[in-house]
Design a protein around this ligand. Structure first.
Ligand SMILES: [Zn+2]
Ligand SMILES: [Zn+2]
Length: 341
């Protein structure tokens, strides 16, 4: 930072339910196990509401949100050997782990008892700089722009990792429920992975887009029973539920085929009730999936680059964080909102 200002701009939340305050902050110094990233882009995600509303257990303030970070490493802690300055990197929801708990000893870092969450348990990417543990960092392929990489580090890895860890094989029917921030990426991944891909939406105006993104079928859930439609196609091996609505999830359980799964990645506020007959009859399941660790994120970025999966985004400067956040929370954005600090 020679000859350069040692302060940065950041959008800070000071209390549960508080508004964004645009502040000058000291540029953070990385600890020995950390790197500092100069942030080129940071996505705004619905999960940032945990920070703004204060609904995340144990969260402390002030806090800078943001867990869809893409940028360049500009400083490296003494203990870090695998990253160097100028590396293009990103960080997602998984913000680090302890390496010593039982889950970590088994290599299941996402289930770490002491897991860190970017922009929640430590300051995130609604800022010009951020420091993160080295194990939370994913390399960004050269062909991916920072603004495109950012949403892939949460919405992307969540859907890509859920699908690739499911039982679905190429050629089998995979349905994506909801054509929004998660769904528009999931359709692209499902198509690129070789699944017969059905998009389910309550908005008939999303049909053209869904087909353009690679869907083989579009199911209009306002005019037809989506479960019946899926059964007419042979029954889904996986329904990836991206719309955070318990009604929508309940309406689709009857659409799974033998050994099918409704895989929930968009979390409704209210409980989901399920007709157990439908599960017993299909030997099916309703299950959940949460994002991935840094290597999963890097796999997502690499696959996205390989198969040209790109998010549809709106970009805003950090100074417009308030209105950018409103676009996201009101569900007006098409489809992911990205800040460029
Ligand atoms: Zn997110
Ligand atoms: Zn651990």
């Amino acid at each position: 930072m020679w000859g350069v200002s040692d302060t940065m701009h950041a959008a800070v939340i000071h209390e549960a339910g508080g508004e964004f305050e645009l502040e000058e902050r000291e540029i953070p110094t990385p600890d020995s196990n950390e790197v500092r990233i100069a942030v080129d882009a940071c996505g705004i995600c619905h999960s940032d509401e945990f920070v703004k509303a204060g609904t995340y257990p144990g969260i402390s303030y002030p806090r800078i949100p943001g867990h869809e970070i893409a940028g360049r490493i500009d400083a490296v802690g003494d203990g870090v050997s695998q990253w160097s300055t100028d590396d293009r990197v990103g960080v997602g929801w998984h913000g680090g782990h302890c390496f010593t708990c039982e889950a970590c000893r088994r290599g299941d870092f996402k289930m770490c008892d002491n897991v860190e969450t970017t922009g929640v348990t430590y300051d995130g990417g609604y800022a010009e700089y951020v420091t993160v543990p080295a194990e939370a960092v994913a390399a960004i392929p050269d062909s991916l722009d920072a603004v495109d990489a950012a949403p892939l580090l949460c919405a992307g890895v969540t859907t890509f990792n859920a699908l690739r860890n499911s039982d679905a094989l190429p050629g089998e029917l995979v349905a994506v429920q909801g054509v929004g921030g998660l769904g528009h990426l999931a359709i692209q991944y499902a198509h690129a992975a070789g699944f017969e891909t059905a998009a389910i939406s309550r908005s008939p105006d999303k049909e053209a887009l869904a087909m353009e993104l690679g869907a083989d079928h579009f199911i209009n859930a306002t005019e037809t029973d989506p479960a019946e439609q899926l059964q007419a196609l042979g029954g889904a091996k996986v329904v990836l539920a991206t719309a955070p609505s318990s009604d929508a999830i309940e309406s689709i359980v009857g659409g799974i085929g033998t050994d099918g799964t409704v895989l929930v990645v968009g979390v409704p506020d209210e409980p989901v009730s399920v007709d157990a007959n439908q599960l017993v009859g299909s030997r099916g399941a309703v299950a959940g999936w949460a994002s991935g660790d840094a290597r999963d994120s890097q796999d997502t970025l690499e696959f996205s680059s390989l198969r040209e999966v790109t998010p549809q985004i709106e970009t805003y400067p950090l100074s417009e964080v308030e209105s950018a956040y409103e676009r996201m929370i009101q569900n007006d954005a098409r489809f992911r909102v990205v800040l460029e600090p």
